[in-house]
Design a protein around this ligand. Structure first.
Ligand code: PBG
Length: 323
């Protein structure tokens, strides 16, 4: 054959392939989720997330230092609230000496350069396991948003760099921004979980925090997996209300959404490679059905290639060892 061009030319050797590589993972792309528990010097493996742990605050601080030394630049904090502190209004979420607020202070003082992001939603604190306040079997929007805005201010006061509302209530980005401004927290960023789907892939996370909904599901606030255009509407609303970063969640099953969101906004786009997506790869690798490292890197690259500027990932600490 006489061909104009042979596309295999650019795949011929490892050096050439590297030269023309379009997508490259770098340490600062990642946000590492961390699960924090009360107590001292303890770690608990999460049964449905093999290789991932809940740590007490002292060990969390050590991990945070280690992550920063390895090149990671950001963590996203979640706490496991003791059952006796849970109620319907999420009062513990506003406790200035609550586990979240203590954790923010401890990490920021040990590793000031590390970007500390915090989950803002009521589910870990809710006796019903829902992201908002429950009235007559419904998750009420406006009363929840009031608490979320106070929660965000409380995290900002403790030193959080970004608050990350993951609740999917309407109007919460605007309300949080306004309360932060009124409280003088003009440097606190908002990473908005803008297109968060009602996904079965959050199951292992709910095991980690013991935060599964006590009744019903989250479909009246999280998005229907069947919808695409709605994701753009959610994202544009959050942009208009003052989000600094918008996020799509889950990631691997929503690569089309990541791409469309990336094309619709001028803000950085994050994607959350969620717990169930982590556990799937772990389980397949444990059975010898997939090569672990190749699967993790291919999946993570796909998320970035789709358009994610930032990736929240349980694989991040391991990926750091490989890239
Ligand atoms: C809570 C929250 C969830 C996740 C992040 N924040 C669970 C949920 O909405 O039920 C899921 C993260 C994961 O699965 O890795 N609002």
């Amino acid at each position: 054959m006489i061909l104009q061009r042979r596309n295999r030319t650019l795949r011929r050797s490892a050096a050439i392939r590297t030269m023309v590589e379009e997508t490259v993972l770098r340490p600062a792309d990642f946000i590492v989720p961390m699960f924090i528990i009360e107590g001292e010097n303890q770690k608990e493996e999460i049964p449905s997330m093999p290789g991932y742990y809940r740590y007490t605050l002292d060990l969390t601080v050590e991990k945070a230092k280690e992550y920063y030394q390895k090149g990671l630049r950001s963590v996203l904090l979640f706490i496991k609230c003791p059952d006796e502190l849970k109620d319907n209004t999420g009062r513990e979420a506003l406790n200035p000496d609550g586990l979240m607020q203590r954790s923010i202070r401890a990490i920021k003082s040990a590793v000031p350069e590390l970007v500390v992001m915090t989950d803002v939603a009521l589910d870990p604190y809710s006796s019903y396991g829902h992201d908002g306040i429950v009235q007559d079997g419904e998750i009420v929007n406006d009363a929840t948003v009031e608490v979320l805005a106070q929660m965000a201010v409380s995290h900002a006061e403790a030193g959080a760099d970004f608050v990350a509302p993951s609740d999917m209530m309407d109007g919460r980005i605007g309300a949080i921004r306004e309360e932060l401004e009124l409280a003088g927290h003009t440097k606190t960023g908002i990473l908005a979980y803008s297109a968060k789907y009602a996904s079965c892939f959050y199951g292992p996370f709910r095991d980690a925090l013991d935060s599964a909904p006590g009744f019903g599901d989250k479909k009246t606030y999280q998005m229907n997996p069947a919808n695409r255009i709605e994701a753009i509407r959610e994202v544009l609303d959050d942009v208009a209300e003052g989000a600094d970063i918008v996020m799509v969640k889950p990631a691997i099953h929503y690569l089309d959404i990541i791409r469309e969101v990336k094309e619709a906004v001028t803000l950085p786009v994050a994607a959350y490679h969620v717990s169930g997506e982590y556990s799937m790869i772990k389980a397949a690798a444990a059975n010898g059905w997939l090569d672990y490292r190749s699967a993790v890197l291919e999946a993570t690259l796909a998320i970035k290639r789709a358009g994610a500027d930032l990736i929240a990932s349980y694989f991040a600490p391991e990926i750091m060892e490989w890239i």
